[in-house]
Design a protein around this ligand. Structure first.
Ligand SMILES: Nc1ncnc2c1ncn2[C@@H]1O[C@H](COP(=O)(O)OP(=O)(O)OP(=O)(O)O)[C@@H](O)[C@H]1O
Ligand SMILES: [Mg+2]
Length: 248
């Protein structure tokens, strides 16, 4: 098992936002996490990569390749993030640095973990794999020259440039049109073929149908339904799942 989260409880101040969350991700698998706004999806991803805000209190266990992540130092998390587990943020504009060209930001993500001799070629490859055709031009652009959809793909390139075992992706296709969305979903499916895994947050059961091996439905910080994608589509039990399925 690649990732195993158990008994996760999270509080922001007095407010409890995750309640006994259990989940696992196998090697070579895509798990989709769905749930209404505020149900705690992003909080789960932040818990896994150690990016919770000041004042958050987390309890439970998060094991990655058998190793407990809860309680790691920031230095240890930095070795892990990008190289072994990466996160595609829900809001790409916040993540990209306006002062640096896109290419140097992708390269930097690579150089954080590897020697940089081939960094430029590798960065351009990562941009292409993320569905950016004119990667050379985009490489030399500043983030504010790019559309929301392009920024999103740049963030996917940054998250995948080191070929991590696990990519956490927070609504990574919302700003993309259908054909680009398929392209990114194909990238995720290709990762499975290489034995790597994706934990994907989405509202869209169309996306679930295209990539997910398994689905988990979250409501008010609790897992209310989980199962294999085909089973959930055939026999959704929770009303919220039924509602989401009616929307497609
Ligand atoms: N930094 C924070 N401080 C206090 N409360 C927070 C913070 N971040 C999130 N919350 C609260 O925690 C709960 C879960 O938020 P979270 O962002 O994980 O939900 P989400 O499922 O990702 O929602 P969305 O679909 O809108 O992105 C919400 O009630 C939210 O208001
Ligand atoms: Mg969110």
């Amino acid at each position: 098992m690649l990732l195993e989260v158990s008994g996760l409880n999270l509080w922001y101040g007095e407010k409890q936002v995750l309640r006994g969350v259990n989940l696992y991700v196998n090697k070579g698998e895509v798990l989709c996490l769905v749930g209404e706004s505020g149900s705690g999806k992003t909080s789960i991803l932040y818990s896994i990569v150690g990016l919770l805000p000041e004042g958050a209190r987390l309890e439970g266990s998060i094991r990655f390749l058998g190793r407990e992540l809860l309680g790691l130092s920031e230095k240890e998390y930095r070795k892990l993030r990008g190289r072994h587990i990466s996160l595609v943020f829900q809001e790409p504009s916040v993540y990209l640095d306006p002062l640096f060209k896109v290419g140097s930001q992708v390269e930097e993500a690579y150089r954080a973990h590897y020697r940089g001799g081939m960094a430029k070629d590798i960065a351009i490859q990562a941009l292409k794999k993320a569905g950016i055709q004119d990667a050379e031009r985009i490489y030399n652009s500043y983030p504010h020259h790019l559309s929301g959809g392009l920024k999103q793909r740049v963030c996917i390139a940054i998250a995948t440039v080191c070929n991590p075992e696990l990519v956490l992706a927070d609504e990574p296709t919302t700003a993309l049109d259908v054909s680009l969305q398929s392209r990114i979903l194909k990238l995720f499916r290709d990762m499975k073929g290489e034995g790597r895994s994706v934990l994907l947050v989405t509202h869209d059961f169309g996306v679930v149908a295209e990539v997910a091996d398994r689905v988990m439905v979250l409501k008010d910080g609790q897992v209310v339904e989980e199962g294999y994608t085909t089973d959930i589509f055939d026999n959704p039990r929770h009303p919220y799942t039924q509602e989401l399925l009616r929307a497609i």
